[in-house]
Design a protein around this ligand. Structure first.
Ligand code: UD1
Length: 419
C-alpha cells in the first residue's frame, strides 16, 4: 500500500500533457475481442486498469504488445474462457467483455464486475438489453453465464437512463448481431463516439454515436482495426481545477476543449481566467473566485467524475455554493475529509452546501474512491502544510503518472510506502 505526502501551496507553472481517456480505453480493449484480426490502438494511457484488461486479453489467448503508448492486439488465437473473479472484480469495465464475447462466441462467462463503491451501480440495463437480444442469463457459482443459441438478435431498445456502460456494451454486442439494433435514449459521452469509431474502423455499421439514438446494423464479421484514444476529459478537468487554484500561466495541453464546456462555463461564472489555444488551455490562479452551483448530470452536463475535484474548488470560492450529485448515491464520502482540512461544507444525502473561502490545512486523510482521491489531492495542493493521503491506489488507477506530471510543474508530492 502506498500513500501520498503533499506539501501544499506551491505555484503550478509549466505544462501538463493529457493522456488517453481511461473510460475510452477500458472499452476499446474489450471491444477488440470482436475481431480475430489485429488492432492497433494509439495514445493508450499507462494506468493500472489497462494492465488488468491486458491480463484478461492474454487469458483469452490474445497476443498483446504495449509500448510507447501504442497497443497492438493480435487475436488470431483468441478463445472463449471464464473471466475469473480475480480479474473481473478489479474494475468496473470488465463488464464490456460480456458484449464482446457474446458478439463473437454467442456465449460469455464472467464474474461480477468491480469498480469504485460510489453507489449500488446495478447493471440491469445491460442485462435486460442482452435478454431482449435473445441471450439467456444465469448466475452460477459467483459469475454470469450468458448464452444465445445463435447470433444475437438485433432489436429496438429504450433505456430508462442513458447509461454509459450499457450504451457501449450493447453497441459492442450488436455489432455482430443478426439484424438492426436501435438504442433510444443512449448515452452521449465522447467515449461512446471513440468506441463506435473503432468498431466502424473494423467494418461495423454504427450510426448516431454521440446522439441519443444509435443504430447498429449487424455485420457477419470484422477485420483489423485502428483507433486513437481521445484525451481524458476528466484528467484534463482535474488539472484545470488545480490550475485555477494554483496556476501561473499553467498550460494543460492535448485536450479537447469542447469536451470540457460544462467545466469551462462554470469557470467563467466563477471568474477564472483562462485562454484556449488549439488543444491547450492556459490557466492562472484567480484570487477572488465567485461561488457557483454545480449539478452533476449526464453529458454534456457537468460530469459526475469531476464533481468531487470541483467541490474542492468550491471551498475556495467566496460565498455559498450548492453542489448536487444526481448520478450516484455515495459521491460525498470525501466531504468529512475536506472538512477535517478546514472546509465548511454541510452535506445532506446527494447535496452539499459549501461556504467559502476556507483556509485549508494539511491533515491525514483517506481516498475512499478514485475521484474522492483526486478531490483530496487538489485540497492537499492548496492547503498550508503537509497532507497525507492513504488508500491512493484508487488515484493511481485513473490518473497516469500523476505524481511526476505534477512535480514537473512545481508541486511537491511524494509517493511513499505505508508504514
Ligand atoms: C461510467 C464511467 C464512470 C462515470 C459514469 C457516469 C466507465 C468505466 N465508467 O460508469 O467513470 O462516472 O459512466 O458518467 O466508463 N445504472 C443502472 N443500471 C444499469 C447501468 C447504470 O441503474 O444497468 C445507473 C448507475 O447505478 C448509476 C447511473 O446509472 O447511478 C450511471 O451509470 P452508467 O452511466 O452506466 O455509468 P458506468 O458505465 O458504470
Amino acid at each position: 500500500m502506498k500513500k501520498l505526502l503533499i506539501k501544499g501551496n506551491k505555484e503550478l507553472n509549466g505544462e501538463v500533457h493529457i493522456g488517453g481517456a481511461k473510460n475510452a480505453i477500458v472499452a476499446l480493449i474489450p471491444a477488440s475481442v470482436l475481431t480475430k484480426g489485429k488492432c492497433v490502438i494509439h495514445n493508450v494511457p499507462d494506468i493500472s486498469d489497462v494492465r488488468i484488461l491486458l491480463d484478461i486479453m492474454k487469458s483469452l489467448g490474445s497476443e498483446v504488445i504495449y509500448k510507447n503508448e501504442t497497443l497492438i492486439i493480435d487475436n488470431k488465437n483468441l478463445h472463449n474462457e471464464l473471466i475469473k473473479q480475480e480479474y473481473a472484480s478489479k474494475l468496473r469495465a470488465s463488464y464490456y467483455f460480456m458484449g464482446s464475447l457474446l458478439g463473437l462466441f454467442n456465449k460469455a462467462e464472467i464474474s461480477y464486475p468491480g469498480g469504485c463503491i460510489i453507489g449500488s451501480r446495478p447493471i440491469d440495463i445491460h442485462l435486460d438489453s442482452f435478454k431482449k437480444m435473445n441471450v439467456t442469463i444465469k448466475e452460477v457459482d459467483g459469475h454470469y453465464l450468458m448464452k444465445s443459441k445463435s447470433r444475437l438478435k438485433g432489436t429496438s431498445l429504450f433505456f430508462d437512463f442513458p447509461s454509459v456502460g450499457a450504451t457501449i456494451n450493447v453497441m459492442i454486442a450488436a455489432t455482430l448481431a443478426n439484424g438492426v439494433t436501435k438504442i433510444i435514449n443512449a448515452a452521449r459521452e465522447p467515449e461512446i463516439v471513440n468506441v463506435a469509431d473503432f468498431l466502424n474502423s473494423m467494418g461495423a455499421k454504427i450510426k448516431g454515436a454521440g446522439t441519443g439514438e444509435i443504430i447498429i446494423e449487424g455485420v457477419e464479421e470484422l477485420h483489423d482495426g485502428e483507433v486513437t484514444v481521445i484525451p481524458d476529459r476528466i484528467e484534463a478537468g482535474t488539472y484545470l481545477i488545480m490550475g485555477a487554484l494554483l496556476g501561473r500561466n499553467f498550460k494543460v495541453s492535448g485536450l479537447v476543449s469542447e469536451h470540457l464546456e460544462s467545466l469551462l462555463f462554470k469557470f467563467r461564472e466563477a471568474g477564472v481566467k483562462y485562454k484556449i489555444k488549439g488543444n491547450s488551455v492556459y490557466i492562472s490562479r484567480t484570487r477572488k473566485l465567485n461561488a457557483v452551483n454545480i449539478k452533476t448530470t449526464v453529458y454534456p452536463g457537468f460530469p459526475t467524475d469531476l464533481g468531487q475535484p470541483m467541490s474542492t474548488f468550491l471551498t475556495q470560492c467566496s460565498g455559498e455554493s450548492i453542489f448536487e450529485e444526481t448520478i450516484y448515491e455515495n459521491r460525498l464520502r470525501h466531504i468529512p475529509h475536506l472538512n477535517a482540512m478546514g472546509a465548511n461544507i454541510n452535506a445532506f444525502e446527494k447535496k452539499a452546501v459549501v461556504i467559502g473561502p476556507s483556509k485549508l490545512v494539511g491533515r491525514k486523510v483517506k481516498a475512499t474512491d478514485l475521484r474522492a482521491g483526486a478531490s483530496l489531492l487538489v485540497a492537499g495542493m492548496v492547503a498550508e502544510g503537509t497532507t497525507e493521503i492513504s488508500n491512493i491506489e484508487h488515484i493511481l488507477r485513473g490518473y497516469e503518472n500523476i505524481v511526476s506530471k505534477l512535480n514537473k510543474v512545481g508541486a511537491d508530492i511524494r509517493l511513499i510506502d505505508e508504514d
